[in-house]
Ligand binder design. Sequence first.
Ligand SMILES: Nc1nc2c(ncn2[C@@H]2O[C@H](COP(=O)(O)OP(=O)(O)O)[C@@H](O)[C@H]2O)c(=O)[nH]1
Ligand SMILES: Nc1ncnc2c1ncn2[C@@H]1O[C@H](COP(=O)(O)OP(=O)(O)O)[C@@H](O)[C@H]1O
Length: 216
Amino acid sequence: MHLDRRGVLFVLSSPSGAGKTTISKKMLASDPAIALSISATTRPMRPGETDGVDYHFVDVDTFKKMAADGEFLEWAHVFGHRYGTPRARVEELLAAGKDVLFDIDWQGAQQLYQEAGPDVVRVFILPPTMAELERRLRARKTDSDEVIAARMARAANEISHWDGYDYVLINDDVEGCFDEVKAILRAERLKRRRQIGLIGFARDLIRSVPEADPTL
Ligand SMILES: Nc1nc2c(ncn2[C@@H]2O[C@H](COP(=O)(O)OP(=O)(O)O)[C@@H](O)[C@H]2O)c(=O)[nH]1
Ligand SMILES: Nc1ncnc2c1ncn2[C@@H]1O[C@H](COP(=O)(O)OP(=O)(O)O)[C@@H](O)[C@H]1O
């Protein structure tokens, strides 16, 4: 049985290559109640990516104008490019009763938490080892050696923010990690303060008992 509830703002962060895109795709494919927040970025499109699906690819001037017009819930510089979360889609999804998934870095997680506080659930994904992280970046075949070296250099910094998250998972086996992410989302959805329909439901239950104390 499902009562009305407040949407979860579900943040997945990790150093580049640890597997957050893989996990998010699995979540989106398996659960129609959660939808992705599509970020705007000034970084170039990678092979296999689609504009408007993976990101909105924009130039720096467009990005700056969007930021100046207050269109972002949060934005940050990452790997020398700008990345931001457009506010409108998130608000539309929440109004439609969906949960929203964010693939954003620690700066974004922090800003989103400042904006939306307890509605935000922050999950950080760690690689089992740094050697495995580098292997995954190479196996993905989307970045040059230079870009991979920059991502590895930044990974240590990203990992140092692990303690700003509510949950920290180690992505050794994809299926195991995915199960853990699903368990977190399931439990968070059940939290009392998200179940806004509970107040009325419990009141009606109590009122349906003729012998109940009328002050309840
Ligand atoms: N703050 C913030 N970070 C973002 C946003 N979109 C993506 N990122 C982060 O930017 C980093 C680089 O993303 P990307 O270029 O797709 O590389 P990948 O993580 O290696 O696939 C990742 O840590 C993302 O989580 C956003 O809208 N805001
Ligand atoms: N648990 C895992 N074991 C082995 N390879 C993985 C695992 N998780 C992800 N990968 C692979 O590692 C690469 C990087 O994963 P990706 O999801 O793109 O990371 P991120 O979005 O964090 O940068 C991809 O080629 C992906 O298929």
